[in-house]
Design a protein around this ligand. Structure first.
Ligand code: ADP
Ligand code: MG
Length: 275
């Protein structure tokens, strides 16, 4: 299906650096503080970060360094205390700026898989006559063909997270945000889903910002890695990942010398940045 998924209209005018292209993200001197006065906690910043359209950026950092806060700022769920956030050249509107996948799938458990996806398609404004076809495409994309009638509470954790990913893709917007989506899964399910997310984002060409505390996950998924310092999170390292991103064998990649060397480097950096 549809590499045309991301052709959605141009939002804003294309900037010289591409920071206004659909799916691009731009943070200018962003700081976020929770609470006021003596109780205030500065969670992130200042952060300057531009994510060009089509990039797979992984944010890595220790627990509590502000990763989820950064993602919520990009999704428009939070407003920065200082600085500005732009998605596709404009301030993000919550619910429409990006498809979001959280650590817990947050599905409607009493609904079927179909019911969960139909809600997302309705919210996305997809013409009702297209729902069956779109649903089939989305389920195929995440490896859940034929599960339409299953109740989501009957599914495994990995399958539920696949439904959550399909739901995020249903929105057909050019930006996908994932916050430690595989943290609760067993190692095997986690590796499978990593491989699928890598494939799906390559197929759809969406810009992706993925949060994790795992150096291994970061190196496997990313076209670029940003390591954050401890709270308030700032950029400690910003590194392109030179590993192949094609259809190559995933296990071969994970076993390669380049992969293990980069994983060790990121792991060291995350530890140093957290201390
Ligand atoms: P991470 O995702 O990297 O673990 P978070 O962005 O969730 O980090 O949190 C960063 C810091 O901000 C933490 O110290 C956390 O306790 C604090 N924090 C997060 N959300 C809130 C909130 N709603 N109110 C107050 N403090 C918060
Ligand atoms: Mg978090």
């Amino acid at each position: 299906m549809a590499s045309s998924e991301v052709t959605g209209g141009t939002v804003g005018s294309p900037g010289a650096d591409g920071a206004a292209r659909p799916g691009s993200v731009r943070l200018d001197h962003v700081t976020h503080r929770y609470g006021r006065g003596a109780e205030a906690v500065t969670a992130v910043g200042p952060v300057d970060l531009t994510v060009p359209a089509g990039e797979f950026l992984v944010l890595v950092g220790a627990s509590g360094c502000g990763k989820s806060t950064l993602l919520r700022l990009i999704a428009g769920f939070e407003q920065p205390t200082h600085g500005s956030v732009r998605v596709s050249g404009t301030p993000p509107r919550p619910g429409t700026a990006a498809g979001v996948v959280f650590q817990q799938p947050r599905l409607f458990p009493w609904r079927t898989v179909r019911g969960n996806l139909d809600l997302a398609l309705r919210y996305a404004g997809t013409d009702r006559s297209l729902w069956p076809q779109r649903r089939a495409e989305l389920l195929e994309r995440v490896g859940l063909e034929g599960t339409d009638a299953r109740r989501t509470w009957e599914l495994s954790g990995g399958q539920q997270q696949r439904v959550a990913i399909a739901r995020a893709l249903a929105a057909e917007n050019p930006l996908l945000l994932l916050d430690e989506p595989f943290a609760a899964l067993d190692a095997l399910a986690r590796e499978r889903l990593q491989e699928d997310v890598r494939r799906v984002t390559a197929e759809t060409g969406r810009t992706t910002v993925f949060v994790t505390h795992s150096a291994d996950e970061a190196v496997f998924l990313a076209s670029r890695i940003v390591v954050l310092t401890k709270r308030p999170g700032t950029v400690a390292l910003d590194l392109p990942v030179p590993l192949p991103r094609g259809d190559g064998d995933a296990q071969e990649l994970r076993n390669s010398a380049d992969f293990t060397a980069l994983r060790a480097r990121i792991s060291d950096c995350v530890k140093a940045a957290a201390s």
